[in-house]
Design a protein. Sequence first.
Length: 397
Amino acid sequence: MPPNFPPTSNLPPIGLNPRPPKATGPDVQTKNIVLFAIIFSVLATVVGLFFIFKPHQKAETASTLGTTTAQTATSTKAKGNFFSSFFKFNLFPSGSNSPGLNMFGPPSRSTSTSKTTNTTGQTSTTKTTTKTPAATNTSASAPTDKLEGIYGELSSGEAQLDLEFFTINIPSSPLRGQLWISVVKRSTKVDGETLTISTKNTLPTGTNVTGMSIKSVVSGQIVQIGQGVYLPMANQVNGLADIKILPGQKIIVATTHSPLGYSFRLNKCTGYFEQFQNFTPSLPQSCPRLKDETRPAPPNQLSDACLDYIDRFPACKIITTQAAPITPTTDQGYDCLKFVQDNTGYQNCSDLHRYDANFYSNEWRTYLNYNASIWKSKREIIWLLDQQGRFISQYSY
Protein backbone atom coordinates (compact mmCIF):
# COMPACT_ATOMS: atom_id res chain seq x y z
CA MET A 1 0.00 0.00 0.00
CA PRO A 2 1.47 3.39 -1.08
CA PRO A 3 2.54 5.86 1.55
CA ASN A 4 -0.09 8.25 2.81
CA PHE A 5 0.79 11.70 1.07
CA PRO A 6 -1.30 14.82 1.43
CA PRO A 7 -3.55 15.76 -1.48
CA THR A 8 -1.57 17.20 -4.40
CA SER A 9 -4.08 20.02 -4.97
CA ASN A 10 -2.88 21.82 -1.82
CA LEU A 11 0.85 21.80 -2.74
CA PRO A 12 2.72 24.21 -5.03
CA PRO A 13 4.00 22.90 -8.32
CA ILE A 14 7.32 21.16 -8.08
CA GLY A 15 10.31 23.37 -9.02
CA LEU A 16 8.37 26.81 -8.97
CA ASN A 17 8.52 29.52 -6.32
CA PRO A 18 5.47 31.59 -5.38
CA ARG A 19 5.09 35.01 -7.45
CA PRO A 20 5.99 38.10 -5.35
CA PRO A 21 3.26 40.68 -4.66
CA LYS A 22 2.80 43.43 -7.40
CA ALA A 23 4.07 46.97 -6.57
CA THR A 24 1.38 49.71 -6.32
CA GLY A 25 3.37 53.17 -6.33
CA PRO A 26 5.34 55.13 -9.10
CA ASP A 27 8.93 54.27 -9.66
CA VAL A 28 11.83 56.69 -9.01
CA GLN A 29 12.16 57.94 -12.63
CA THR A 30 8.50 58.96 -12.84
CA LYS A 31 8.75 60.82 -9.55
CA ASN A 32 11.75 62.84 -10.83
CA ILE A 33 9.96 63.85 -14.04
CA VAL A 34 6.87 65.07 -12.13
CA LEU A 35 9.01 67.04 -9.67
CA PHE A 36 10.94 68.73 -12.50
CA ALA A 37 7.68 69.70 -14.24
CA ILE A 38 6.31 71.28 -11.06
CA ILE A 39 9.49 73.32 -10.50
CA PHE A 40 9.55 74.54 -14.14
CA SER A 41 5.86 75.58 -13.98
CA VAL A 42 6.44 77.61 -10.82
CA LEU A 43 9.43 79.42 -12.34
CA ALA A 44 7.54 80.17 -15.58
CA THR A 45 4.59 81.58 -13.60
CA VAL A 46 6.87 83.88 -11.57
CA VAL A 47 8.60 85.23 -14.69
CA GLY A 48 5.28 85.79 -16.48
CA LEU A 49 3.80 87.69 -13.53
CA PHE A 50 6.92 89.87 -13.36
CA PHE A 51 6.48 91.01 -16.96
CA ILE A 52 2.73 91.45 -16.60
CA PHE A 53 2.99 93.66 -13.53
CA LYS A 54 6.13 95.52 -14.60
CA PRO A 55 5.15 99.26 -14.44
CA HIS A 56 5.07 101.23 -17.64
CA GLN A 57 5.35 104.99 -17.86
CA LYS A 58 3.85 107.31 -20.35
CA ALA A 59 4.94 110.91 -20.82
CA GLU A 60 2.17 113.36 -21.39
CA THR A 61 2.90 116.75 -22.86
CA ALA A 62 0.71 119.79 -23.38
CA SER A 63 1.69 123.21 -24.67
CA THR A 64 0.20 126.23 -26.47
CA LEU A 65 0.59 126.80 -30.23
CA GLY A 66 1.44 130.18 -31.74
CA THR A 67 3.07 133.04 -29.88
CA THR A 68 2.36 131.73 -26.40
CA THR A 69 5.16 130.11 -24.39
CA ALA A 70 5.27 126.33 -24.68
CA GLN A 71 4.59 124.58 -21.42
CA THR A 72 5.31 120.92 -20.81
CA ALA A 73 3.89 118.75 -18.08
CA THR A 74 4.99 115.14 -17.66
CA SER A 75 3.13 112.65 -15.54
CA THR A 76 3.63 108.94 -14.92
CA LYS A 77 0.76 106.48 -15.10
CA ALA A 78 1.19 102.91 -13.85
CA LYS A 79 -0.84 100.01 -15.24
CA GLY A 80 -4.13 99.16 -13.62
CA ASN A 81 -5.14 96.28 -11.39
CA PHE A 82 -4.45 92.61 -12.09
CA PHE A 83 -7.32 92.07 -14.49
CA SER A 84 -6.82 95.22 -16.57
CA SER A 85 -3.07 94.60 -16.74
CA PHE A 86 -3.62 91.01 -17.77
CA PHE A 87 -6.18 91.62 -20.48
CA LYS A 88 -4.49 94.73 -21.89
CA PHE A 89 -1.10 93.12 -22.04
CA ASN A 90 0.36 93.50 -25.55
CA LEU A 91 1.59 90.13 -26.71
CA PHE A 92 3.70 91.68 -29.44
CA PRO A 93 6.73 93.97 -29.04
CA SER A 94 6.59 97.70 -29.76
CA GLY A 95 7.11 98.42 -33.44
CA SER A 96 5.89 95.00 -34.55
CA ASN A 97 3.48 94.72 -37.46
CA SER A 98 1.37 92.32 -35.43
CA PRO A 99 -1.60 93.80 -33.57
CA GLY A 100 -1.67 94.03 -29.80
CA LEU A 101 -4.21 92.18 -27.68
CA ASN A 102 -6.79 94.34 -25.97
CA MET A 103 -9.68 92.38 -24.56
CA PHE A 104 -11.48 95.55 -23.54
CA GLY A 105 -11.57 97.09 -27.07
CA PRO A 106 -10.98 100.82 -27.74
CA PRO A 107 -9.44 103.16 -25.14
CA SER A 108 -11.75 104.42 -22.45
CA ARG A 109 -13.18 107.95 -22.43
CA SER A 110 -10.97 110.51 -20.79
CA THR A 111 -11.16 114.08 -19.59
CA SER A 112 -7.48 114.67 -20.14
CA THR A 113 -6.56 117.18 -22.85
CA SER A 114 -2.82 116.64 -22.93
CA LYS A 115 -0.94 115.29 -25.94
CA THR A 116 1.40 112.33 -25.83
CA THR A 117 4.15 111.57 -28.28
CA ASN A 118 4.70 107.99 -29.37
CA THR A 119 6.68 106.42 -32.19
CA THR A 120 4.41 103.50 -33.01
CA GLY A 121 0.85 102.79 -34.15
CA GLN A 122 -1.35 103.38 -37.13
CA THR A 123 -3.56 106.34 -37.94
CA SER A 124 -6.85 106.28 -36.06
CA THR A 125 -9.41 108.64 -34.60
CA THR A 126 -11.54 107.95 -31.54
CA LYS A 127 -14.01 110.59 -30.40
CA THR A 128 -14.06 111.53 -26.72
CA THR A 129 -15.57 114.39 -24.76
CA THR A 130 -13.85 116.74 -22.36
CA LYS A 131 -14.77 119.77 -20.31
CA THR A 132 -11.44 121.59 -20.07
CA PRO A 133 -9.41 121.32 -23.28
CA ALA A 134 -5.73 122.19 -23.31
CA ALA A 135 -3.58 123.69 -26.02
CA THR A 136 -1.95 121.76 -28.82
CA ASN A 137 1.73 121.00 -28.42
CA THR A 138 3.78 123.13 -30.78
CA SER A 139 7.24 122.12 -29.69
CA ALA A 140 9.55 121.26 -32.55
CA SER A 141 11.98 119.35 -30.35
CA ALA A 142 10.79 116.01 -31.77
CA PRO A 143 9.22 116.98 -35.11
CA THR A 144 9.26 113.50 -36.61
CA ASP A 145 7.53 111.81 -33.69
CA LYS A 146 4.02 110.53 -34.07
CA LEU A 147 1.22 112.16 -32.13
CA GLU A 148 -1.06 110.21 -29.86
CA GLY A 149 -3.50 111.86 -27.53
CA ILE A 150 -6.42 114.23 -27.23
CA TYR A 151 -6.01 117.55 -29.01
CA GLY A 152 -7.81 120.53 -27.56
CA GLU A 153 -6.12 123.70 -28.77
CA LEU A 154 -8.31 126.69 -27.94
CA SER A 155 -8.96 129.31 -30.59
CA SER A 156 -8.76 132.71 -28.94
CA GLY A 157 -8.83 132.31 -25.18
CA GLU A 158 -12.57 131.85 -25.04
CA ALA A 159 -14.15 129.80 -22.25
CA GLN A 160 -15.36 126.83 -24.24
CA LEU A 161 -17.28 123.88 -22.85
CA ASP A 162 -18.58 120.58 -24.15
CA LEU A 163 -16.26 120.52 -27.15
CA GLU A 164 -15.64 117.26 -28.93
CA PHE A 165 -12.06 116.12 -29.32
CA PHE A 166 -10.43 113.18 -30.99
CA THR A 167 -7.72 110.76 -30.02
CA ILE A 168 -5.32 110.62 -32.94
CA ASN A 169 -2.18 108.79 -33.84
CA ILE A 170 -0.67 110.41 -36.94
CA PRO A 171 2.84 111.56 -37.80
CA SER A 172 3.93 115.04 -36.76
CA SER A 173 5.19 117.33 -39.55
CA PRO A 174 8.65 118.91 -39.32
CA LEU A 175 6.78 122.22 -39.79
CA ARG A 176 4.77 121.73 -36.61
CA GLY A 177 5.26 124.82 -34.46
CA GLN A 178 6.56 126.85 -37.42
CA LEU A 179 3.17 127.73 -38.90
CA TRP A 180 -0.33 127.39 -37.51
CA ILE A 181 -3.98 128.35 -37.96
CA SER A 182 -4.25 131.56 -35.93
CA VAL A 183 -7.71 132.92 -36.86
CA VAL A 184 -10.92 131.47 -38.27
CA LYS A 185 -13.63 133.88 -39.40
CA ARG A 186 -17.00 132.13 -39.43
CA SER A 187 -19.84 133.20 -41.70
CA THR A 188 -22.98 131.77 -43.22
CA LYS A 189 -21.99 133.51 -46.48
CA VAL A 190 -19.22 131.93 -48.49
CA ASP A 191 -17.52 135.26 -49.25
CA GLY A 192 -17.19 136.01 -45.53
CA GLU A 193 -15.55 132.74 -44.45
CA THR A 194 -11.76 132.88 -44.08
CA LEU A 195 -8.97 131.44 -41.98
CA THR A 196 -5.47 132.77 -41.37
CA ILE A 197 -2.25 130.77 -41.27
CA SER A 198 0.54 132.52 -39.38
CA THR A 199 4.25 131.72 -39.43
CA LYS A 200 7.22 132.11 -37.12
CA ASN A 201 10.36 134.03 -37.94
CA THR A 202 12.21 130.70 -37.72
CA LEU A 203 10.22 129.16 -40.59
CA PRO A 204 12.56 127.81 -43.29
CA THR A 205 12.78 130.28 -46.19
CA GLY A 206 10.80 129.22 -49.24
CA THR A 207 8.46 126.82 -47.43
CA ASN A 208 5.94 125.49 -49.96
CA VAL A 209 2.32 125.71 -48.83
CA THR A 210 0.77 124.61 -52.13
CA GLY A 211 -0.68 121.15 -51.60
CA MET A 212 -1.13 121.53 -47.84
CA SER A 213 -4.53 120.31 -46.64
CA ILE A 214 -7.07 121.92 -44.35
CA LYS A 215 -9.42 119.37 -42.81
CA SER A 216 -12.55 119.46 -40.69
CA VAL A 217 -12.21 116.62 -38.19
CA VAL A 218 -15.91 116.81 -37.39
CA SER A 219 -17.36 116.70 -40.91
CA GLY A 220 -14.45 115.08 -42.73
CA GLN A 221 -14.39 117.91 -45.30
CA ILE A 222 -10.88 118.43 -46.67
CA VAL A 223 -9.51 121.06 -49.09
CA GLN A 224 -6.08 121.90 -50.47
CA ILE A 225 -4.21 125.17 -50.90
CA GLY A 226 -3.53 125.72 -54.60
CA GLN A 227 -1.05 127.75 -56.61
CA GLY A 228 -0.86 131.52 -56.89
CA VAL A 229 0.73 134.53 -58.60
CA TYR A 230 3.75 136.17 -57.02
CA LEU A 231 3.40 139.49 -58.89
CA PRO A 232 0.01 140.11 -60.56
CA MET A 233 0.19 141.84 -63.94
CA ALA A 234 -2.76 143.80 -65.29
CA ASN A 235 -4.28 143.17 -68.73
CA GLN A 236 -2.41 139.92 -69.36
CA VAL A 237 -2.47 136.24 -68.44
CA ASN A 238 -0.70 135.51 -65.17
CA GLY A 239 1.16 132.22 -64.83
CA LEU A 240 0.52 130.19 -61.68
CA ALA A 241 3.28 128.75 -59.50
CA ASP A 242 3.60 127.06 -56.10
CA ILE A 243 3.17 129.45 -53.18
CA LYS A 244 6.45 129.59 -51.27
CA ILE A 245 6.41 131.74 -48.19
CA LEU A 246 9.03 133.47 -46.10
CA PRO A 247 9.44 133.62 -42.30
CA GLY A 248 6.93 135.93 -40.64
CA GLN A 249 4.44 135.92 -43.51
CA LYS A 250 0.77 135.00 -43.21
CA ILE A 251 -1.71 133.39 -45.58
CA ILE A 252 -5.40 134.32 -45.57
CA VAL A 253 -7.35 131.38 -47.02
CA ALA A 254 -10.75 132.44 -48.35
CA THR A 255 -13.41 129.83 -49.11
CA THR A 256 -14.88 131.81 -51.99
CA HIS A 257 -13.62 132.54 -55.52
CA SER A 258 -10.90 135.08 -56.20
CA PRO A 259 -12.13 138.33 -57.79
CA LEU A 260 -8.95 138.24 -59.89
CA GLY A 261 -9.32 134.56 -60.78
CA TYR A 262 -6.20 133.49 -58.88
CA SER A 263 -4.44 133.64 -55.52
CA PHE A 264 -1.78 136.33 -55.16
CA ARG A 265 0.72 138.02 -52.88
CA LEU A 266 -0.13 141.53 -51.75
CA ASN A 267 2.12 144.47 -52.59
CA LYS A 268 1.94 148.21 -52.13
CA CYS A 269 -0.10 148.57 -55.34
CA THR A 270 -2.72 145.82 -54.99
CA GLY A 271 -5.05 148.27 -53.21
CA TYR A 272 -6.05 149.52 -56.67
CA PHE A 273 -7.94 146.23 -57.23
CA GLU A 274 -10.38 147.21 -54.50
CA GLN A 275 -11.80 150.21 -56.40
CA PHE A 276 -13.92 148.12 -58.77
CA GLN A 277 -14.02 144.71 -57.03
CA ASN A 278 -14.94 143.45 -53.57
CA PHE A 279 -12.38 141.50 -51.54
CA THR A 280 -12.94 139.84 -48.15
CA PRO A 281 -11.11 140.97 -46.13
CA SER A 282 -10.66 144.30 -47.92
CA LEU A 283 -7.30 144.94 -49.53
CA PRO A 284 -5.06 147.42 -47.69
CA GLN A 285 -5.20 150.93 -49.16
CA SER A 286 -1.47 151.49 -48.84
CA CYS A 287 -0.62 152.59 -52.37
CA PRO A 288 1.96 155.34 -52.89
CA ARG A 289 0.25 158.75 -52.76
CA LEU A 290 0.06 160.72 -55.98
CA LYS A 291 1.49 163.80 -54.25
CA ASP A 292 4.65 161.85 -53.44
CA GLU A 293 5.40 160.87 -57.04
CA THR A 294 8.15 162.68 -58.93
CA ARG A 295 6.75 165.76 -60.63
CA PRO A 296 7.85 167.15 -63.99
CA ALA A 297 10.69 169.62 -63.86
CA PRO A 298 10.36 173.19 -65.15
CA PRO A 299 9.54 174.63 -67.57
CA ASN A 300 6.66 172.09 -67.54
CA GLN A 301 5.79 173.00 -63.98
CA LEU A 302 2.26 171.99 -62.98
CA SER A 303 -0.16 174.75 -62.13
CA ASP A 304 -1.08 175.58 -58.56
CA ALA A 305 -4.63 174.37 -59.20
CA CYS A 306 -3.24 171.04 -60.42
CA LEU A 307 -0.91 170.72 -57.42
CA ASP A 308 -3.84 171.36 -55.08
CA TYR A 309 -5.81 168.66 -56.91
CA ILE A 310 -2.89 166.22 -56.60
CA ASP A 311 -2.55 166.87 -52.87
CA ARG A 312 -6.19 165.90 -52.37
CA PHE A 313 -6.14 162.88 -54.67
CA PRO A 314 -6.97 159.66 -52.74
CA ALA A 315 -4.65 156.69 -52.56
CA CYS A 316 -5.29 153.55 -54.63
CA LYS A 317 -7.74 155.30 -56.98
CA ILE A 318 -7.80 156.21 -60.65
CA ILE A 319 -9.64 159.09 -62.32
CA THR A 320 -13.30 158.38 -62.99
CA THR A 321 -14.53 161.96 -63.61
CA GLN A 322 -12.76 165.03 -64.93
CA ALA A 323 -12.42 168.00 -62.64
CA ALA A 324 -11.51 171.55 -63.66
CA PRO A 325 -7.72 171.26 -63.14
CA ILE A 326 -7.46 168.20 -65.39
CA THR A 327 -9.78 169.30 -68.19
CA PRO A 328 -7.68 168.92 -71.35
CA THR A 329 -8.84 172.18 -72.89
CA THR A 330 -5.62 173.98 -72.05
CA ASP A 331 -1.98 172.98 -72.02
CA GLN A 332 -1.87 173.11 -68.23
CA GLY A 333 -5.02 171.02 -67.96
CA TYR A 334 -3.60 168.44 -70.36
CA ASP A 335 -0.26 168.28 -68.47
CA CYS A 336 -2.10 167.80 -65.18
CA LEU A 337 -4.31 165.04 -66.59
CA LYS A 338 -1.33 163.25 -68.11
CA PHE A 339 0.59 163.36 -64.83
CA VAL A 340 -2.34 161.88 -62.91
CA GLN A 341 -2.96 159.13 -65.45
CA ASP A 342 0.72 158.17 -65.71
CA ASN A 343 1.11 157.81 -61.95
CA THR A 344 -2.09 156.03 -60.91
CA GLY A 345 -3.52 152.59 -61.57
CA TYR A 346 -2.15 149.19 -60.60
CA GLN A 347 0.12 148.59 -63.59
CA ASN A 348 1.66 152.07 -63.54
CA CYS A 349 2.15 151.79 -59.79
CA SER A 350 3.85 148.38 -59.98
CA ASP A 351 6.07 149.51 -62.87
CA LEU A 352 7.22 152.50 -60.83
CA HIS A 353 7.69 150.76 -57.48
CA ARG A 354 8.32 147.03 -58.00
CA TYR A 355 11.98 147.46 -57.13
CA ASP A 356 11.30 149.32 -53.88
CA ALA A 357 12.63 147.53 -50.82
CA ASN A 358 9.18 147.53 -49.21
CA PHE A 359 7.16 146.79 -52.35
CA TYR A 360 5.96 143.30 -51.37
CA SER A 361 3.68 142.67 -48.42
CA ASN A 362 4.03 139.82 -45.91
CA GLU A 363 0.55 138.59 -46.78
CA TRP A 364 -0.81 136.12 -49.32
CA ARG A 365 -4.45 135.86 -50.37
CA THR A 366 -5.41 132.33 -51.40
CA TYR A 367 -8.82 131.14 -52.55
CA LEU A 368 -10.43 127.69 -52.36
CA ASN A 369 -13.02 128.53 -55.07
CA TYR A 370 -16.02 127.05 -53.23
CA ASN A 371 -19.62 128.18 -53.67
CA ALA A 372 -20.70 127.47 -50.07
CA SER A 373 -19.25 127.63 -46.58
CA ILE A 374 -17.00 124.74 -45.53
CA TRP A 375 -16.55 125.04 -41.76
CA LYS A 376 -19.20 124.58 -39.10
CA SER A 377 -20.42 127.69 -37.27
CA LYS A 378 -19.67 126.07 -33.90
CA ARG A 379 -18.12 122.95 -32.36
CA GLU A 380 -15.62 122.69 -35.18
CA ILE A 381 -12.10 121.23 -35.20
CA ILE A 382 -9.84 122.19 -38.10
CA TRP A 383 -6.48 120.59 -38.84
CA LEU A 384 -3.66 121.89 -41.01
CA LEU A 385 -1.72 119.03 -42.63
CA ASP A 386 1.38 119.11 -44.82
CA GLN A 387 1.67 117.61 -48.30
CA GLN A 388 2.30 114.14 -46.81
CA GLY A 389 -0.72 114.33 -44.52
CA ARG A 390 1.35 114.96 -41.38
CA PHE A 391 -0.04 117.07 -38.56
CA ILE A 392 0.98 120.76 -38.40
CA SER A 393 -1.66 122.63 -36.42
CA GLN A 394 -5.20 122.58 -35.05
CA TYR A 395 -7.84 125.24 -34.43
CA SER A 396 -11.05 124.47 -32.53
CA TYR A 397 -14.10 126.46 -31.49
